[in-house]
Design a binder for this molecule. Structure first.
Ligand code: F6R
Length: 614
């Protein structure tokens, strides 16, 4: 994980780097640091455990001048989060400093060799080992820094996005990447480097996404030069960003998470825009059009994802099986990649990822590709590694999601996957025209129904107040609502640190029912549909043991209302589309509980938004 930012040009580097680090804090916030070279050629390095705001306090009376610099916000992997392990890290002579996002897997062996050759290390990090190695090669082989970086990177296993600053060359930055993202912004006469485009967009919209095993040399006032590790010269492919600055700011909300919850009517609409043509009874998805024959003939769909995106995959399992009558498997990418799974050439593998950078999902994609499957992506971040590694797919178009807890990305993923399932059903002829059209019209109405649910905010805040001090919570759902129960539990635990479990409602009696007493809040999705009566029975089982029931029900419901402690009434929709609506009250409940408990909603402890380590 970790966020990296660098600048070289004619402006002051420090404010650009700090603002960029604040935008990238979602990637990790264990520590932050900067290195700058001032006009006199003095290298100043400041780094601190904690957030970028702690770094700001720390350096407020220091010299932060200079028009070249690098900065880092860390999510700790090797070495505990403390000042010493913070980036940037020095080489042996302290002439070079480096920031790094990723993991050097064989760092221990390299460190052993370097130690024998007289190197001493200040930190426990893999990063420090790499910059020592680069300097050793540079000195021994009398190489330019760029060539030394190429040579050193040939010796390392793992993932990296690195930027190096050389005290003796104040006009050059050297950057390289493999497995971790890196974007280079091309200004009028300056360069910006960052882990994603958000620190760059207010300065330039022209960017180059560095590819794996490429090394970039950025010289002040000169053109960007890129070579790969085999020393082949690469012509930079300059793309124009479509991102707008407003989309990455809080826009009057207290937290990004709240803003993103409220954006859902819009983001779900954006996910359908140009694709869903309810009136014509058609769905057009440009990114899968080339794979239509595969969709027609596929024997199986495999979803690979992690966390919330995995929950979206679970929802999709119900939809693809119901609508397109195709067998579906939903896999944790981290398990799939290490399991030697059986994959056939007529399998369609769909990777789901908000960030498009999740290391396990990327590795699972490579495995599926190597076995000959068609691999598609459902990603939010345009130009991300997963979007580029897949053979096609669809962007979710939810806009930047900055709160660490995923909200609008989930509903956008489920929207796109629903459209894909309907499209596949059409191609395979597994749904009647009437049912297909009925579902299309229901999809069209989802944004306004989410709007209705958002109006329940005051009621949800009151319920949150009642349960904010609970130690545990249980979430139950059946059928397509089971993944929503998992997602509700994940939202609560990750931002409020309350232990929560999601379960298929009927599984409760096989164990979790033992947990139920008068202290236990049980959140249940009990909307109208085929499983309704069964869920009502499950609610009765909880009430018989004095558990507290907070039920999400279809508007107008009376049966559950009569037995539940609280009901949250949501608009009626097709039972297969309910997750798009029913997840929203759980997002708001978790948000309010976390705020009431004084938790850092947008940056929960130990987490990072983009999980680029396995
Ligand atoms: C939970 C959350 C995580 C992510 C997971 C996958 O709120 O955000 O569980 O869903 O880390 O991330 P992506 O979707 O970026 O691959």
């Amino acid at each position: 994980m970790c966020g990296i930012v660098a600048y070289i040009g004619n402006r002051e580097a420090y404010p650009i780097i700090i603002k960029g680090l604040q935008r990238l804090e979602y990637r990790g916030y264990d520590s932050a640091g900067v290195a700058l070279i001032n006009k006199a050629g003095k290298l100043n390095v400041y780094k601190r455990k904690g957030k970028v705001s702690d770094l700001l306090d720390f350096v407020k009376d220091e010299d932060t001048s200079g028009s070249i610099g690098i900065g880092h916000t860390r999510w700790a992997t090797h070495g505990e989060p403390n000042d010493v392990n913070s980036h940037p890290h020095y080489s042996q002579t302290k002439d070079l400093v480096m920031i790094h996002n990723g993991i050097i897997e064989n760092y221990a062996a390299i460190k052993e060799g370097l130690t024998k050759r007289g190197h001493t290390f200040l930190s426990d990090t893999d990063t420090e080992v790499l910059i020592h190695l680069i300097e050793e090669i540079q000195t021994h082989e009398n190489m330019k820094l760029g060539h030394a970086v190429q040579a050193a990177l040939k010796q390392v296993n793992g993932a990296y996005a690195i930027v190096i600053l050389d005290k003796n060359d104040t006009n050059t930055l050297v950057a390289a990447k493999k497995g971790s993202p890196m974007v280079i912004g091309i200004g009028k006469d300056d360069f910006f480097i960052a882990s994603d485009a958000t620190p760059i967009i207010e300065y330039t919209k022209n960017v180059v996404y560095l590819e794996d095993e490429e090394v970039a040399i950025l010289r002040r006032g000169q053109e960007l030069k890129i070579r790969n590790l085999k020393d082949k010269v690469i012509t930079p492919y300059i793309q124009e960003l479509t991102l707008e600055i407003e989309s990455i700011e809080k826009g009057g909300y207290d937290h990004f998470m709240l803003k993103e919850i409220y954006e859902q009517p819009r983001s779900v609409l954006d996910s359908m825009r140009g694709r869903l043509r309810a009136y014509e009874g058609d769905i057009k998805m440009g990114g899968i059009v080339d794979h239509e024959k595969k969709f027609e003939k596929a024997k199986r769909i495999i979803f690979i994802a992690c966390g919330t995106s995995w929950h979206a995959g679970l929802v999709a399992e119900y939809l693809f099986e119901e609508f397109a009558r195709v067998p579906v498997e939903v896999e944790y990418a981290s398990e799939f990649r290490y399991r030697n799974p059986v994959i056939y050439e007529d399998d369609i593998v769909i990777a789901i990822s908000q960030s498009g950078e999740t290391a396990d999902t990327l590795a699972a994609i490579e495995l599926a590709k190597s076995k000959g499957a068609t691999v598609l992506g459902v990603c939010n971040v345009v130009g991300s590694s997963i979007a580029r590694a897949t053979q096609g797919g669809s962007y979710t178009h939810a806009g930047p999601e900055i709160g660490v807890a995923s909200t609008k990305a989930f509903t956008a993923q489920v929207t796109v996957l629903t459209l894909m399932a309907l499209h596949m059903a059409k191609v395979r002829g597994t749904l009647s025209e009437t049912r297909f059209r009925q579902l299309c019209y229901e999809m069209e109405a989802i944004p306004s129904k989410i709007e209705e649910v958002l109006k329940l905010n005051d009621q949800l805040r009151e319920i949150a107040f009642i349960y904010k001090d609970t130690a545990n919570a249980l979430y139950l759902g059946r059928g397509v609502s089971f993944p929503v129960a998992l997602e509700g539990a994940l939202k609560l635990k990750e931002i409020s640190y309350i232990h929560a479990e999601g379960y298929p409602a009927a599984e409760m009696k096989h164990g979790p029912i033992a947990l139920i007493d008068e202290e236990m809040p049980v959140f249940v999705i009990a909307t109208k549909g085929a499983n309704y009566e069964k869920v009502v029975s499950n609610i009765q089982e909880v009430k018989a043991r004095k558990g507290k029931i907070i039920a999400v029900v279809t508007s107008g419901d009376t049966e559950v209302k009569a037995i539940a402690d609280h009901v949250i009434e949501i608009p009626e929709t097709d039972e297969f589309l309910v997750p798009l609506i029913s997840v929203v009250p759980f997002q708001l409940l978790s948000y309010h509980i976390a705020v009431m408990r004084g938790c850092n909603v947008d940056q929960p402890r130990n987490l990072a938004k983009s999980v680029t380590v396995e």
